[in-house]
Design a protein around this ligand. Structure first.
Ligand code: AVJ
Length: 332
């Protein structure tokens, strides 16, 4: 016990000094269980969905503006060049279900061409989504909009408010890359079942390219991706009442060619202990928490994935460097 040597000696009660402050946990029981199970696994890991609290969604928007992060602007150039073709493939009057809609900007840019009857943005970051949709509804009063603030990563059921005819899933940005190929097939099968025979899928896929280009896209010079990754620790502190100290962790991201994926990790800079309500874990210096995978495909490998999920590719559009592909598929 430390005793102050100042004239007015204050003795700190050992009980008070040895008890870690109880931090409130704001996540649901299921979320707390999911996170703590991952943190306690031998190779600690967390789901990338926890990157997206309100600040995380904003940091991701900033990532999309970075010169190194080519996917967003490359995909946007493909939409700009071939939007009319895409609209023809999809057909107007669809129920456009936007998975991971975020700020809804990508879908909104296509509205004038796609002319959907209904727009259903889905995002785990509910408050962020609701703000975006409120603005969008004013710009496009003729489109019926139903926002869904939910986590669709482990499958989902659409409420009755979503029309059952002509359901077209919009899954841009290569977010499908967060799933392993096996998980992606399962997820796409679920979309196929929800889309029905008259529905479809418009999906963006990031393609394998020069490894230095891939590495830089996930480890930018400004450190925005690092902030995005580290922000997960703040979010975890909030969700499970943990005491992660951001300063003790560092962003690590690289392309793993054997598995054809970018891996993001948070690496302990020193030996440390993380404590949360009902648990704790020691991390050795250099030990990592695996926070995200972002799988990259060839055009052929992704078409094969779609086929395994019961989709037939009708059209594919790419940029001239073939860094990114947008694919329209329907039930086979
Ligand atoms: C939103 C999953 C498509 O994998 O490129 C960006 C997320 N992570 N920078 C991606 C992300 C780090 C992004 N996705």
């Amino acid at each position: 016990m430390q005793v102050s040597r100042s004239p007015a000696i204050r003795v700190v009660s050992p009980l008070a000094s040895n008890t870690a402050p109880q931090r409130p946990a704001h996540g649901s029981a299921a979320v707390i269980e999911e996170i703590t199970a991952g943190l306690l696994a031998r190779d600690a890991h967390t789901s990338p969905k926890f990157l997206y609290d309100s600040l995380g969604s904003k940091l991701f928007e900033a990532i999309c503006e970075l010169p190194e992060y080519y996917p967003t602007r490359t995909e946007a150039s493909i939409f700009a060049a071939y939007g009319a073709d895409m609209a023809q493939a999809v057909g107007d009057g669809a129920s456009l279900i936007d998975l991971g809609a975020g700020n809804c900007a990508k879908a909104a840019a296509l509205f004038p061409l796609l002319k959907p009857a209904q727009y259903v943005p889905v995002d785990i970051s509910r408050d962020f989504l609701l703000g975006a949709v409120a603005q969008l509804q004013q710009r496009f009063p003729q489109i019926e909009m139903t926002a869904l603030g939910l986590d669709f990563s482990s499958g989902f059921e659409l409420p009755d408010s979503v029309r059952s005819e002509r359901r077209v899933f919009f899954y841009p940005g290569s977010s499908i890359g967060n799933f392993s190929p096996e998980q992606a097939v399962t997820f796409l099968r679920g979309l196929r079942a929800n889309a029905g025979a008259d529905g479809g899928l418009l999906i963006g896929v990031d393609l394998i390219k020069d490894h230095a280009v891939l590495d830089a896209a996930y480890d930018d010079a400004l450190g925005v991706t690092g902030a995005f990754n580290l922000n997960m620790l703040r979010h975890l502190n909030h969700l499970i009442g943990a005491d992660f100290d951001i300063d003790q962790w560092k962003h690590v991201a690289f392309f793993n060619p054997a598995l054809s994926r970018i891996e993001m990790h948070l690496e302990a800079r020193c030996p440390l202990t993380v404590t949360w309500r009902g648990g704790e874990r020691d991390f050795a210096r250099g030990e990592r928490i695996h926070t995200e995978d972002s799988y990259k495909y060839t055009r052929q490998s992704f078409v094969t994935l779609l086929e395994r999920a019961g989709f037939a590719t009708t059209r594919m559009w790419t940029d001239t460097d073939t860094w990114f592909a947008v694919i329209h598929a329907r039930a086979s």
